[in-house]
Design a protein around this ligand. Structure first.
Ligand code: PLP
Ligand code: COI
Length: 353
């Protein structure tokens, strides 16, 4: 479908790259498209970035039918703008849509809209290593009635935010608290989908962690409260002895694209990687015996982030002397090297705009 483009008459100026932070500034335009049950997706357009109006009964405001994605446009050393495995985000968005009874978007159309939008905003892709143009596709149900049912109208948008590092710590180790009261999701619930409600339900535990000086929480499974799942905005990996362990995808964990890429990189380097259940007791045992050598989180916003301190039942454990571990650093260098076009992309993950 042809995209109608209306350029802004009042372009903004990019803030200083060293002061970007995460998700605070937005580029000049946004992509918008409407869905009506009897017409399908209609009216794809790129318009000046502006506030949107919603009917007060709009479904998303009452029943939370919303999903989103997160990926980045990177500035390579030669000036090119590139994405990292965008088809994986597109497919995951459709899986999230299926879970939340929102409409599917044709994968090739989605990639075309994303590409056109990034082309339009390419001057907003910052230049310094570690910065990027964070892209946030999202979709919400937009029926103008209070009945509870799958929607007949929806809106799909993409906005873009020039960003630096997600954590104020940057590549320095973060402090994470293992949450023992609230749970994020349960099997059969919406954990594998990237829907707004998962994050809304996480905030209370996140606040408690922040008050104690921790960046985010590490969730335990919602059924037995026994197995490690993931952190608020990233998946987790642990180096226990010679094994790298990451929680297996049981349906309540987000299948991270960075997680999947880390597994492929690590296996390619010859490491033993296990996707399996990991109980908090086993993890605590490995900390106490000295077998836990490194821990890190991985995600688009967080990249690869070493975990330096873990709090469980009010006791703080220091991991690897609160230093970044050797495998964590190796992974960080390989992934960021591919993403920012500093090293050869042997995997074919980069998509040039
Ligand atoms: N887990 C959660 C809950 C997340 O929000 C994210 C971020 O997207 C991730 C994991 C990592 O996923 P990805 O690597 O696809 O960004
Ligand atoms: C991402 O890493 O892209 C995310 O979506 C995390 C987000 C909740 C900030």
């Amino acid at each position: 479908m042809e995209i109608k483009i209306t350029k802004t008459q009042t372009p903004k100026v990019m803030p200083k790259e060293s002061e970007l932070g995460f998700g605070k500034y937005f580029s000049d335009h946004m992509f918008v498209m409407d869905y009506e049950k009897d017409k399908g997706w209609i009216n794809p357009r790129i318009v000046p970035f502006e506030r949107i109006t919603l009917h007060p009964a709009s479904t998303v405001l009452h029943y939370g039918s919303e999903i989103f994605e997160g990926l980045k446009a990177y500035r390579a050393e030669n000036g090119d703008v590139q994405l990292f495995r965008p088809m994986e985000n597109i497919r995951r968005m459709n899986r999230s849509a299926e879970r939340m009874c929102l409409p599917q978007i044709d994968e090739n159309d989605f990639l075309e809209y994303l590409t056109e939008f990034v082309r339009c905003e390419k001057d907003w892709v910052p230049h310094s290593f570690g910065t990027s143009l964070y892209l946030r596709p999202f979709m919400f149900g937009n029926d103008e009635t209070l009945g509870v049912h799958s929607v007949a109208r929806a809106t799909f948008m993409i906005i873009a935010s020039p960003s630096g590092s997600y954590y104020k710590e940057g590549i320095n180790p973060v402090k994470i608290m293992i949450e023992t009261e609230d749970v994020r999701t349960v099997r059969g619930g919406t954990g594998y989908a990237k829907c707004g409600g998962n994050y809304a339900a996480s905030n209370r535990a996140g606040e408690r962690a922040n008050q104690k000086g921790y960046s985010q929480v590490l969730w335990l499974d919602g059924v037995e409260r026994k197995y490690i799942e993931e952190v608020g905005a990233m998946n987790v990996m642990f180096r226990i002895g010679d094994e790298i362990v990451t929680p297996k995808l049981t349906g309540s964990i987000l299948p991270g694209i960075t997680r999947m890429s880390c597994i492929e990189v690590l296996k390619g380097l010859g490491y033993k990687v296990s996707e399996r259940l990991l109980s908090v007791d086993e993890l605590m045992g490995a900390i106490k015996s000295g077998e836990l050598k490194e821990a890190w989180g991985c995600g688009t916003a967080a990249v690869v982030s070493p975990i330096g301190k873990l709090m469980y039942e009010d006791v703080e454990y220091v991991i690897n002397g609160n230093e970044i571990g050797s495998i964590t650093k190796q992974l960080y260098d390989i992934l960021t090297g591919i993403q920012w076009g500093k090293t050869e992309d042997k995997f074919g993950w980069v998509y040039k705009i």
